[in-house]
Design a protein around this ligand. Sequence first.
Ligand code: 6GU
Length: 242
Amino acid sequence: MRVDIVSIFPEYFAPLDLSLIGRARANGTLRLAVHDLRGWTHDVHRTVDDTPYGGGPGMVMRPEPWGEALDALAPAELTPPRLLVPSPAGVPFTQAMAHELAAEPHLLFACGRYEGIDQRVLDHAATRMPVTEVSLGDYVLFGGEVAVLVILEAVTRLLPGVLGNAGSLAEESHAHGLLEAPMYTKPATWRGLPVPEVLRSGDHGRIARWRRDEALVRTGRRRPDMLTGLDPQSLDKRDVAA
Ligand code: 6GU
């Protein structure tokens, strides 16, 4: 997968050299480039923002540098990338979207700062490529950079060969529309706290049932919205009893 990121703070992306994302880059699974938006400015002050039309607080990112950046990174004669614009006004980012993005050959992230990017940049880009404004949740960040780190981590770990144990993808929270049951490792008792007996029983049927019950209870307590959204077909009789 190819990924381009445009930002006025390229230094935010230093962590992408680390750990599993760093390894995916080193072995070519992920071809990632970070670009400084100011490289597409032409004035001495390398200006990227201006005051909003209609008034109001804060600044808006001017369209010209963004237009040049997108022309350079998504040239009309080549297959266009999917443009992702992190914004608290976007559609919610979910595990389902992470799977969708992991299947794309080329992602282009445009990191806005201040009150956002002039809307015409996105409207114009949408005549050339798919554009998605995406939000991490109902809170406000300074800019899109940290959101891109989050999205890229969720997407990269779904790329073939990035996770050593593909089974961990099938088991994890959100894979079945439920939160994951709690996990334990050795020692069997720690500070007087025992690991639940069932997990040490060796009875795989009982263990699977216990984990399913814990996942249902945890999801009901922490994320009742996820339980009401569950497909009734995915529940078995013993779920309903529990
Ligand atoms: Cl994706 N960007 C910004 N700036 N703020 C956010 C966000 C994204 N998601 C939640 N808050």
